[in-house]
Ligand binder design. Sequence first.
Ligand code: GDD
Ligand code: MN
Length: 393
Amino acid sequence: MLLSIVVPTFNEAPNIEELVRRVAAAVDGAGIDAEIVFVDDSTDATPDVIGEVADRVAAERAADEASPLPIRLLHREHPTGGLGGAVMAGFAAAASDACLVMDGDLQHPPEEIPALWRRFARGDVDVVIASRYAGGGTAEGLADRTRVLVSKGATALTRAMFPIRLKDVSDPMTGFFLVDRRTVDDAQLKPRGFKILLEILARRPMRVAEVPFDFADRHAGESKASVRQGVHFLTQLTALRFGKMSLFAIIGGLGAIANVAIVWALTHLGVDYIVAAVIAAEVTIVGNFLLQERFVFQDMRENASGVWQRFAKSFAFNNAEAVIRIPIVALMVSGGHVSAVVATAITLVLAFFVRFVFHSLVVYAPRKAGASASPARGFVEELDAQATAPGEL
Ligand code: GDD
Ligand code: MN
């Protein structure tokens, strides 16, 4: 059996040679037949360096009559999904179902590959995780105390949010693991950002084993982790845990608060409540659209129609909704039973559900939707998939 070693790289030129040398020594020492698949999104000379090293290694090994260690390069001109997207692309390109993922900066010591492989070869698990936090593992290579705290805090939060799926996993954020790619549900998986293993584990139940390891210092170059990745991670976690509908609800809730506040402020300034409701509605429609684009449907934008079309659909829907809703608010108010504020709040909650359905199925619908056997059935299935998106325990 062959082991495919998938290495995502972003500007790692000074690390390639050393990485390949140590991976080769590790797999040779353990008698593992392997290939290395670099998935590269670099803007520097990394792809050239990989090409040179691959040629040299191939020539040397042929001369020594050593087992081949094919080194392949998948350079993505138009990278999608960041690190997670790169790993998925590596799975697709790998020659073997047994895919080991490791960083290209030597923070994941190649000398651990045989231990992961041996555990995997026992055949009773879907994924073997190299853990910094299992007995014997360490996280010393994290840049500073802040990174250590952030890493530990994020790990604790993540485990608390997925107590069942992650019960055997001490390090769901590690980027060093060996997985049988057939057990990865790539139809469901929408990789975003840095934490691909978490996505894999949260989507469906996996049989897991861990092997401790020492997270090393970076060999050369700079880390690509950033505050932006951190924020990304938090939205990823929320989306994984609660599904899109909850994120949509949080944003809708914020919009509703803004809406009510604007109505309140304007009516107190003496503006007629219908005029106030119209202004409040338009402001929140635009605000909600921007937040949704960024935080709820970011993974669907790429396959959906263009941004102005999406905005047009969203804007038209919300205005139609407001056109229907405002007379109802007016009726409720003139009926004398409720205040403008309460009537606005009640109708907004009802409108929420309709709005979610419309956005996930129409505004962000894939451009070329595959024809479904029964449109009604396809509709219900798609709605269910969207509303509950992953994460149920
Ligand atoms: N192809 C590709 N595309 N590779 C990327 C990208 C990208 O957009 N961003 C980062 N990488 C590569 C880097 O070149 C490196 O090989 C690896 O992914 C990890 O990135 P680092 O910049 O070294 O980040 P880190 O050390 O902070 O994060 C690592 O440690 C975390 C644990 O603290 C990663 O392994 C994470 O996956 C891991 O969770
Ligand atoms: Mn690193």
